[in-house]
Ligand binder design. Structure first.
Ligand SMILES: [Zn+2]
Length: 578
């Protein structure tokens, strides 16, 4: 059981306690523990195996440590089962809908007997929810919209969560002697920010051995289908995985076919038909003379052969969304996509000066280990009091430490930066004379995500127009599967950023990926430059850079579009203009 699953169980306990009206301290303890476990970098199952005392983790007391140990050893939790006897488990989902929460879920259950989202939808559609005391028509409307949004996102895993399950599974399968080739296709391969099912393709000497090795994988919860060449399982996390075992002569064609997207493949097939060819998951076939006759297989073994057969170069999976990639391939104008090796530094990270977990020097060592030329230390400004954000006096103190650390480490350049809050009126949370002394100024919104559209737009525009600003960080404020984008006019903000030579961030944190791929495409069309930053709060987070690079590739970005792929000199020129 992975940390994420443990964290979900703890969240469930907190939700049930809340519905039950339990002691708020107990509720808070489970909520905090869920957060700590989710973000902890070492797998707890390993810690338990090594008999590490879990109470050493912040926020984990004896009781919750015992819960986690039980969960890992027995796969279930007594505390949760006891709670489930008094409150239906299905209410947990209800509490996570906007406009519901624990108290209201309880009320819906007590007064209308509602236990599930389906029942809630039905009651709301019939107007019964509005009639309840304390609800009203407005919150009924909000609940209905919330249910709709919920339905859109269930069943899709964040890419980083999927990785957590897919990577060990791949390692398990690749270790089977019968496996000769194995790859993941589908939206996972295209690195879409969320994925539904996982499609695995393999070539095997002994298919039966691979089928058995797959269905007996310890994380498999149920086997839905077990044929000779196709197997479908559901993992304990709820992720569905399909495995197809293929003939070598069709492997490349199947990889192309199952990687999608549908839209890309439709266009590719049309092109093939115009040339007297047909493309399927089995290969590229030239129609037989006079029809009726069986055609001749012209390609299929390698994916690149499939593209070549229709007169195209191989196209990177991240581009296969029918956003003009086939036309660009034809014209010989596919972009030289950025890759992780092109990244020379990281321009957003936090240290113990605000809410980071490690010191400036530790973060520096992490950056050196990644081979970076430079990085920016960008702690929070004072408006974010809960993060220990810095005022002018503290910021000056931090600069002294930066100078000392820089002195000890000439091998990498530290840029003095700050992630400055954009206040509700668009003012920046740091004095102008301090801003002028920073090498890099990031601005971002961390509060009042709910301002009216026009006001939110004006707030952000005001910040972007400030002459000291270099980077607009996580511009939309969304959290994938958790918080929608703020309502504001992104197009206008991008145009304003282009005019004032402000760089937009692609925040690489897997919860954010903000700006997202489609927005970045627009940013590039408008001539904007992009920075890919991890927003690291500990050294391990620096490795999240790959999630940013993947989305940048989906947005067709090249090293020339991304300022932290620039050498230091060009970067400094970029940051000092304006
Ligand atoms: Zn931030």
């Amino acid at each position: 059981m992975e940390n994420l699953e443990i964290s979900r169980v703890l969240e469930d306990v907190a939700a049930l306690l809340e519905i039950q009206g339990a002691n708020p301290f107990r509720i808070r303890a489970y909520q905090n523990a869920a957060r700590v476990v989710e973000s902890h970098s070492t797998p707890l199952k390993r810690m338990v195996q090594e008999e590490t005392d879990l109470t050493e983790l912040p926020g984990i007391g004896k009781g919750i440590a015992a819960d986690i140990t039980q969960l890992l050893s027995e796969g279930k939790l007594g505390t949760l089962e006891e709670l489930a006897e008094t409150v239906p488990l299905s209410l947990i989902e209800l509490t996570r809908l906007p406009g519901v929460g624990a108290k209201r879920a309880r009320k819906l259950w007590d007064e209308l007997g509602i236990e599930t989202i389906d029942q809630l939808e039905e009651a709301a559609a019939a107007g019964d929810v509005a009639a309840l005391a304390g609800f009203g028509a407005k919150s009924q409307e909000k609940i209905l919209r919330g249910i709709e949004a919920h339905r859109r996102r269930i069943g899709r895993f964040k890419l980083s969560d999927a990785d957590q399950y897919v990577e060990p599974l791949l390692a398990h399968l690749r270790a089977l002697p019968a496996v000769q080739r194995l790859e993941v296709a589908g939206s996972y391969r295209r690195r879409r920010e969320t994925v539904g099912d996982i499609d695995l393709l393999a070539i095997a000497t002994e298919p039966q051995e691979v089928v058995e090795g797959f269905t007996s994988y310890p994380d498999v919860k149920s086997v839905e289908l077990a044929g000779d060449t196709k197997v479908t399982v559901v993992l304990r996390s709820g992720l569905q995985v399909d495995l197809r075992i293929l003939l070598p002569e069709s492997y490349g064609a199947a990889l192309q076919y199952f990687s999608g997207s549908k839209e890309h493949n439709v266009k590719l097939r049309k092109r093939a038909v115009a040339q007297g060819l047909s493309i399927s998951e089995y290969g590229v076939i030239r129609a037989g003379e006079g029809g009726g006759e069986r055609g001749e297989l012209v390609a299929g073994r390698e994916e690149a052969d499939v593209y070549e057969a229709v007169g195209l170069p191989w196209i990177a999976p991240e581009l296969r969304e029918d956003r003009g990639e086939i036309e660009a391939a034809l014209a010989g104008e596919l972009p030289q996509l950025i890759s992780l090796e092109d990244i020379r530094g990281d321009l957003q990270m936090h240290s113990t000066w605000s809410d980071g977990k490690q010191s400036i020097e530790e973060m520096l060592e992490g950056c050196v280990a990644r081979g970076y030329e430079y990085f920016a230390m960008t702690d929070h400004s004072k408006a974010l009091a809960m993060t220990g954000g810095l005022d002018a006096a503290k910021l000056r103190k931090q600069w002294e430490e930066i100078a000392e650390v820089q002195e000890r480490h000439p091998e990498i350049r530290i840029l003095r930066g700050m992630e400055v809050d954009i206040l509700a009126d668009g003012e920046l949370d740091l004095e102008d004379e301090m801003l002028a002394e920073l090498d890099v100024v990031l601005v971002s919104v961390h509060s009042r995500f709910d301002l009216p559209h026009a006001q939110q737009t004006e707030r952000i525009l005001e910040a972007v127009r400030h002459p000291a600003v270099n980077i607009l960080a996580h511009p939309t404020g969304r959290l994938i599967n958790r918080r929608d984008e703020m309502s504001f006019d992104l197009e206008e903000v991008l145009r304003c950023a282009a005019e004032h030579e402000v760089v937009v961030e692609l925040n690489a944190h897997p919860d954010r990926l903000d700006l997202r791929d489609s927005h970045l495409i627009r940013a590039r069309e408008l001539g904007l430059e992009v920075v890919i930053s991890t927003d690291a709060h500990r050294v391990d987070d620096l490795a999240l850079m790959r999630y940013g690079v993947e989305q940048a590739r989906r947005a067709w970005l090249t090293p020339n579009d991304v300022i932290n792929a620039y050498p230091l000199k060009r970067l400094l020129e970029t940051l000092s203009r304006g």
